[in-house]
Ligand binder design. Sequence first.
Ligand code: GLU
Length: 428
Amino acid sequence: MENNPYNPFHAAQLQFDHAAEMLDLDKSTKDLLRNSLHEHHFLIPVKLDDGTVQVFKGYRIQHNNARGPIKGGLRFHPQETVDSVRALAMWMTWKTAVVDLPLGGGKGGVICDPHNLSESEQERLCRGWVRQVYKIMGPDVDIPAPDIMTNAQHMLWMLDEYEVITGIKAPGAFTGKPVGMGGSLGRKEATGYGVIITVREALMELNISPADTVASIQGFGRVAQYAIELYTQIGGKVICVSSWDQTEQKSYSFRKLSGIDLEELKSVTDVFGGIQKQKAEDLGYEVLPGDAWLEQEVDILIPAAIENQITIENVIKISQKVKIVAEGANGPTTPDASKIIEDRNIFLIPDFLASAGGVTCSYFEQVQSNINYYWEKDEVLSKLDIKMTSAFIAVSDFAKENGLGMRDAAYVISVDRVAQACHARGWV
Ligand code: GLU
């Protein structure tokens, strides 16, 4: 596992080692930040609707909390591993740091496929997860949020279980809750919108009008759908998206050269972002192989699905026309492929910057929940824009001043902030 270049934790550690070298970090700081502070591995027995019990494997991995309470999502996925959760936890620490939130980083996961669980089974799984971890969670300790295949309803079941066990109302203990039940307006849009705010800023630097650009996106879940919404609003056109086909257990790309219609495509998509192939074909979409999204003649590529999607094997397929790769997913590009992208002078917006809109809005939600006063949507979205834009500009300026690529610049800024917090606390 350690030597597998596609092990996401190995990739995250490689990226960290490189940042540590650029910052000339001392050994104890490196030892502290290269691994997780706390790891919780546990089993969750869940009673299924037929009366039998299935035991799921769950995790909460807390990478670092020097800058504030642990923050990060919780994912339900059949291919989750302890190393993917470790990587995602570390990336959350850099993500909260790059947007300068007073938070640390962590991640949770359950190895499961929610497609195969009824709603009541999903509820029992959520409540079971909380029963295993409530002692190490809380609004001032560790605050989960949705991630792949988890949603607002899951967060509400979890919050409810947490409040029943602890006997206190603590709406700030989970974010990404339903609006009206402690959730923030703008939260469901935030990650996708955040990606496009960074794309908009990159286009401005490149002196290109969004209306003159075309994009291709991997994924059609929450992040991709809201990225398409905002990108279309600023004048861009998406011609291709990909999605996972649950029955065939493989992905397909869906292309319409005149531009995809978001609402039309959503009408043939399940809650997990799976597009129904036949129905999309009937609507005039070309159905292409899963990785065709990467080969399109477009200006902007947005991987917005899972880790390790752009690799040394397929990076060559990226068209000469591509000017920007905006990583809406966590860790979508392997370190070797990332180097090739930057060597080709493609403007790369690294994952923990491009995808920071979700956690930024989660922070706003936490603030609102803690004071029990909720803001208007415009206020949330304008605060999101300010945070994302200033983080983008800080990274881009630092990159230019120091002759670095965007990923290296983002790493140096974030790791330095976290290392400084560890030093200031006297930990190392
Ligand atoms: N799961 C999202 C992410 O990877 C959001 C995390 C959060 O809101 O805490 O950034």
